[in-house]
Design a protein around this ligand. Structure first.
Ligand code: CTP
Ligand code: CA
Length: 226
């Protein structure tokens, strides 16, 4: 049991975290996905649980075994994640969008296994719905945290995402840095708010990043800053 000052507790708060990488099907046995392990999202969910929150994880493909006490909703695609999140949005206080959501999906999903034919195969993809942007547009008092995975111009892209998606905070990581991003159990992040850079965190375990992020969220909610 950990003790937190009142402003750092999340007792009574309903927290929704998205985690993992979405799966976008081509046919019944093939799909497009990404390298997300779900570790960052589940670390946030566990940290929120430790602070007394009521936590739901909407999880796409992940290697994580959820701990006791988390409500886990399994989804595959960006579309399923969108529906699962929207259903719960009105009854949520804090949304943290750590999932790696596909930007594109196959335009058509074949009902049976695609057979090989010619020497080349071109896949046609279409944009998925931006879940975070949709949440930003429909915000009614929720505290909204987005992630931004970048390889360059981190600050400019992170601030652009914060504004375009109407987020309260954006957690940005430069995925070219060793110890940051996919498939490692550490991360190096900068956190941005409407006023610009809010915090620069050093190389930390994802558990520690999660905890520091929740301290920021709790403090900003308590002081009425969004
Ligand atoms: N996101 C989302 N729905 C999508 C794509 C992204 O909700 N269809 C969310 C991610 O969960 C993340 C944030 O948007 O919290 C930023 O994701 P990122 O991939 O960094 O940004 P994009 O807006 O997709 O822009 P780009 O990939 O072109 O950099
Ligand atoms: Ca993207």
């Amino acid at each position: 049991e950990q003790w937190f000052t009142q402003s750092q507790s999340l007792a009574g708060k309903r927290v929704l975290v998205t985690a993992g990488g979405t799966i976008e099907r081509l046919d019944p046995v093939r799909y497009l996905t990404n390298d997300s392990s779900g570790l960052m999202g589940f670390a946030i969910a566990e940290a929120a649980l430790n602070r007394g929150a009521d936590v739901t994880v909407v999880a796409a493909k992940t290697a994580m075994q959820p701990g006791a006490g988390l409500n886990v909703v399994r989804v595959e695609s960006a579309e399923e994640m969108l529906q699962a999140v929207l259903e719960r949005y009105a009854a949520t206080d804090i949304v943290i969008k750590a999932a790696a959501v596909a930007d594109y999906r196959p335009t058509t999903v074949a009902a049976s296994k695609i057979k090989k034919t010619g020497e080349h195969l071109t896949l046609e993809l279409e944009r998925t719905t931006d879940i975070l942007k949709t949440l930003g547009e429909q915000k009614s008092g929720q505290f909204l945290v987005g992630f931004a995975a970048e390889t360059d111009n981190v600050k400019a892209y992170a601030m652009d995402k914060l504004q375009r998606k109407n987020c309260d905070l954006v957690v940005a990581n430069d995925i070219t840095r060793e110890g940051a991003g996919f498939n490692v159990d550490t991360n190096i992040v900068d956190v941005y708010g409407s006023e610009g850079l809010v915090a620069t965190l050093p190389l930390l375990s994802k558990r520690e990043v999660a905890d520091q992020l929740l301290t920021l969220v709790a403090n900003r909610m308590a002081s009425g800053e969004t």
